[in-house]
Ligand binder design. Structure first.
Ligand code: ZN
Length: 1057
């Protein structure tokens, strides 16, 4: 026994222990230096380099060339396959033998044709256990393959992590050898590091801290690294210390293995497939070695990839899921963005996700898992509850730049009043390492101390995958119950949430959205992705509706269920939280655009097929099938194809028809209905364009007035809006002395997260873009549409052209905009100062809307200087308001009386090319009397986003207009009509409706379809046990509360044969 410590110096004692375990200092004589014993080089190393991501079977057939340690390979995104021939020395019998492998890039070891472990220096996985104990009879020689991807865990950024990837990066293998591993040394190292962690973390005024320090010091005293026979004494000291238990009141930490894998981000989708394999195969190994270790795994898409690319691994995951060690969580197809996807798309995330989890793992998830998303819609609680989920986990709000979120465990109440139990791991991370510091932080930072005594602790390398290591598991196991620290359990999400539920009586409630006070640029970055998202949501909506109608009306029609599932899954994939947000590299953006193109082209084909089915068998003239896919009557000017290839305008429907969620035919391709009075007319001051029925104006100042009898729009000679008047009341919507349609440019230089962040201070750099007089041109088309057109030079490099359009009968004026955008770190917005005063503005969100302040009173108010909205926002005072609609934008703000729509950004990281080039988008302005609800802002925004369809009718189109569904209340929107998932190829439809005004309402749904039975169902399309609803004369009564979403299952009568 060594002498008792004589001195009391804290620092020297602490640093002495640190040096004893240091990987940097004194490794010639310290304990760390003894972790590995004898070593020998691998017998033979050869390699094969390829730009492709080949399957194993194909790769191993290739021509491998001799290689050696020190070789470099690359460049970025290539793959180097190494064949590693091993011969273990006979002298190592009885020892634990590892392959030590260190290289840049991400490696995967293959043994006997199956992946067995990830090898990634960044993820602290540099050694593969060949045998725990080499037996006399064990084979000494074997061949392994190591597949090394030429990218790091976090891609290949040039210089900094989020810089655009360096395509020329080269990679190197720096170690490939066999070595004897000393498990007893490893255990001592884990103990000493934990003791050091306690000594430092508990601090010099804590008794237990000194006990930890002196225990560690004593261990160093008794332990001679060169003499393994001294180790047990040191180990006994540690065991005695860690065996001293905490009290009954100790906080409990639920340690959950996790591995956040971004479905695409700084690497392409295809690399994610391999990241999943590398990470999860390592997890399988950990689950085998540690039966108490539990791993929570989200994102059905990733599991689906593994199922198709690595079926053997998938089978193992299923096996461990049965044992309760591998726990699928989240319930969604991918961890989607929480702001931008439509309500229906969010529903589909769960519908696709939960059905996959049920099919592959025998049960659905009971918690929504979204640790890393940039804000959370106020409709999520309702969607979760209706998808069988009552629990929610995230941590991202800890990134708030301004306000610190006040809870870690709380009830989250959504827009409609639905509640879920929410938990944010108080350690503010989803990638813990199992250190004492993190354990202490989890307890110290918990903002619900005294209300709940349980917390989650997610450990494992994340973002780019990697996952937990054996060392992390060893640390956490050692801390199961030690005085001075919280209790640590290797736990499951289910155990965590049931423990939290046990304390829920004292929890607080947060109502409304969980707004992230950071990453607000992601509402705007990558405009083409945003546009693809909005457009494809529309296409899938229309395809489902038309296909459902065709199914109902035609015995021969086959609903394209499988194709629609494919297309939905592509759209859902693109809604991943680093794709639709625009925070990905160029490679990913290109792939995402291909996905959208796929949805467009296949979706449009499906539309034509459904249209053809609807036309078959009905008497009527050939021509066009005009389809209104919205659930209310519409009268709109529509561009129709004419024989010469040009378009001409028609007013749809012609008098007498009603296009109401259904069809009307158009017997002649260039229909021109006589417009109902008043006609659109255009005044052009100083120009000769006199195309209206009214006399030309007399003004000579170059301004233009568009007037359709509903609104009167006045533009100055540079295209700015000087006046917008509701004709009937004469009420002016533009603020006195101000101009609308004012483009403004801001400097947009964030602190770090370029594609993600727009900072508050950008507002201080506002510069109006001033146009030149005389660029305004005017036109009218067919007496139905008035327009004015102008050019605007935004900067020396960027220009904009805009067509301001007013149709007869239309309550809003549209601004069709084309921009050629070539900027760096600039932000383009358009502003509309309104003659409206209100402390709050309204923004559309999923299945509803919410209010946000128009002032900067408190830090919570000004932190929302840039917010998101879907198709419309509105600023109203009593009796009057102004709504701003859009067809593909999401970033917005209302400050004071100024409505502002965010149009284009120009960040350079991680995609240096993002948003450069040509853009097209439309926004519209709608002044209104009364409330926006009563004035029809919501249907107007739908109309802008869902144009009437004019589809070629190859056969005979229905002779008369025909409507499939109508809803008696304007407050209720019939959002979705689709075939039921559970009855593929069956005659069952699902209808989704929601209350959009924020009111309690009873309404009647009427249908002309042959409905046999109607029953309410949840979002996963499970029947309401209360049974069928009374159905009389094809009418159903439905009762809604504010923003409630309801789904209906309609069983159709058998098709007429
Ligand atoms: Zn992420």
């Amino acid at each position: 026994m060594a002498a008792a410590p004589a001195l009391k110096h804290w620092r020297t004692t602490l640093e002495r222990v640190e040096k004893f375990v240091s990987p940097l200092y004194f490794t010639d004589c310290n304990l760390r230096g003894r972790l590995f014993g004898d070593s020998c080089p691998v017998a033979e190393l050869s390699s094969f380099l390829t730009p492709e991501r080949l399957p194993y079977q194909e790769a191993v057939q290739q021509d491998f060339r001799p290689a050696q340690v020190g070789d470099s390979f690359g460049p970025t995104w290539w793959t180097c396959w190494f064949r590693v021939e091993l011969t273990i020395p006979d002298a190592w019998v009885g020892q634990e033998v590892h392959l030590r492998w260190e290289s840049d890039g991400e490696g995967l070891v293959w043994r006997d044709g199956e992946p067995v472990q990830g090898l990634t220096k960044e993820g602290e996985k540099t050694s593969y256990v060949l045998t725990d104990k080499l037996g006399e009879e064990d084979p000494r020689s074997l061949t392994l393959y190591v597949e090394v991807a030429c990218n790091g865990l976090l891609g290949a950024g040039k210089g900094t992590m989020i810089a655009a990837p360096d395509p020329e990066k080269m990679f190197q293998v720096s170690r490939a050898e066999l070595a004897v591993f000393h498990r007893d040394v490893h255990k001592l190292l884990v103990d000493l590091e934990l003791l050091l962690g306690m000594a430092k973390g508990l601090g010099e005024d804590n008794q237990r801290s000194y006990q930890a320090l002196y225990t560690a010091n004593q261990m160093v005293n008794v332990c001679d690294p060169a003499q393994p026979e001294t180790f047990p004494v040191a180990q006994a000291l540690a065991s005695k210390f860690f065996g001293q238990r905490g009290g009954e009141s100790q906080h409990t930490i639920h340690a959950l293995g996790h591995c956040h894998i971004d479905t695409a981000w700084l690497w392409p989708f295809k690399e994610t497939v391999r990241k999943c394999a590398r990470s999860w195969v390592t997890v399988v190994q950990l689950m085998e070695r540690n039966p108490e270790f539990i791993f929570a795994c989200s994102q059905a898409q990733q599991l689906a990839w593994v199922k198709s690319h690595y079926p053997g691994l998938h089978a193992r995951l299923q096996e461990f899921a049965c044992r309760g060690q591998f726990v699928p969580v989240g319930g969604t197809w991918v961890e989607m963005d929480g702001n931008l996807p439509s309500g229906e798309a969010m529903v589909r995330q769960f519908l696709q996700g939960q059905s996959f989890f049920l099919q592959e793992f025998g049960k659905m998830c009971s918690e929504f898992w979204l640790p890393d998303t940039f804000g959370y819609s106020a409709q999520l609680p309702q969607i979760m509850r209706s998808c069988g989920i009552r629990h929610f986990l995230t941590q991202k709000l800890s990134w708030n730049l301004v306000n610190s979120f006040p809870h870690h465990t709380f009830f989250w109440e959504g827009l409609d009043g639905s509640r879920v139990l929410a938990h944010f791991p108080p350690g503010d991370s989803y990638g813990m390492q199992g250190s004492v510091e993190e354990v202490l932080k989890t307890v110290a930072k918990n903002r619900d101390k005294g209300r709940t005594n349980h917390s989650a602790f997610l450990f494992g390398f994340g973002d780019g995958g990697g996952g937990p290591t054996q060392t992390m598991v060893d640390r956490l196991k050692r801390l199961c119950n030690t005085d001075g620290l919280p209790r640590v359990q290797l736990s499951s999400p289910e155990r965590l949430f049931s423990a939290l539920e046990g304390h829920s009586g004292q929890l607080c409630t947060w109502v409304g959205e969980l707004f992230l006070e950071l990453h607000n640029g992601t509402y705007t970055t990558h405009a083409q992705i945003k546009k693809g998202n909005r457009e494809c949501e529309r296409i899938l909506h229309d395809v489902e509706l038309l296909s459902s109608l065709a199914l109902a009306r035609s015995a021969q029609f086959l609903y394209p269920a499988a194709q629609l599932q494919d297309l939905w899954r592509l759209l859902l994939l693109n809604q991943f939280h680093d794709v639709v947000t625009g925070s990905c590299i160029q490679l990913v953006a290109e792939e995402a655009m291909c996905h959208y193109e796929d949805i467009r082209s296949r979706g449009n084909k499906l539309l034509s097929t459904a249209a053809a089915a609807l036309c078959a068998g009905e008497p009527g003239p050939e021509g066009l099938l005009i389809v209104n896919t919205l659930p209310w009557k519409r009268t709109e000017v529509l561009a129709l194809p004419s024989p010469g290839g040009a378009h001409c305008l028609g007013l749809i429907p012609s008098s007498g028809d009603s296009a109401q969620h259904g069809l009307c035919s158009c017997s002649h391709p260039h229909l021109t209905a006589a417009p109902a009075a008043p006609a659109a007319c255009v005044y052009s001051a100083g120009a000769s364009a006199d195309l209206a029925s009214r006399p030309p104006p007399t003004k000579t100042d170059g301004s233009v007035t568009l007037d359709n009898g509903i609104i009167r729009v006045k533009l100055d000679p540079t295209g700015r809006l000087t006046s917008l008047v509701l004709v009937a009341s004469g009420r002016e919507a533009i603020a006195e002395g101000a101009v609308g349609n004012q483009f403004v440019l801001f400097d947009d230089v964030p602190l770090y997260w370029d594609a993600w962040d727009v900072m508050d201070y950008h507002l201080e750099t506002r510069k109006p873009v001033l146009g030149q007089a005389g660029t305004l041109a005017v036109g009218t088309e067919g007496g139905m549409r008035g327009s004015a057109w102008f050019l605007l030079q935004i900067s020396p490099n960027s220009r904009l052209s805009q067509k301001v359009v007013l149709d007869i009968g239309c309550p809003y004026v549209r601004f069709h905009t084309e921009v050629h955008w070539h900027e760096a770190h600039k932000f383009l917005k358009v502003e509309f100062p309104a003659r409206v005063r209100s402390p709050q503005a309204t923004f559309e969100v999923q299945f509803g809307h919410l209010q946000r302040p128009t002032h900067y009173n408190t830090s919570w108010d000004w932190a929302r200087f840039e917010v998101w909205a879907h198709r419309w926002m509105d600023l109203s005072e009593h009796g009057f308001g102004l709504a701003l609609l859009n067809d593909c934008k999401y970033g917005a703000s209302v400050r004071g009386s100024v409505l502002s729509l965010s149009l284009l950004r120009a960040p350079k990281s991680p995609d240096a090319t993002v948003d450069m080039g040509r853009h097209e988008f439309t926004y519209a302005l709608m002044p209104h009397e009364g409330s926006f609800q009563d004035a029809g802002v919501i249907p107007a925004a739908y109309s802008l986003n869902f144009p009437l369809l004019a589809l070629p009718a190859p056969g005979l189109a229905p002779a008369a207009a025909w409507s499939a569904f109508s809803v008696s209340s304007p407050a209720v929107v019939l959002e979705t009509v689709k075939q039921a998932e559970t009855s593929l190829q069956g005659r069952k439809l699902v209808l989704r409706l929601y209350e959009a005004h924020g009111s309690h309402v009873d309404c009647w749904l009427r249908t002309s379809l042959p409905v046999q039975e109607a029953v309410l169902c949840d979002l996963l399309e499970r029947r309401d046990p209360a049974g069928p609803l009374p159905l009389r004369n094809n009418r159903l009564k439905l009762t809604f509360s504010p923003f409630q979403v309801q789904s209906l299952l309609l069983v159709l009568q058998p098709a007429p044969s």
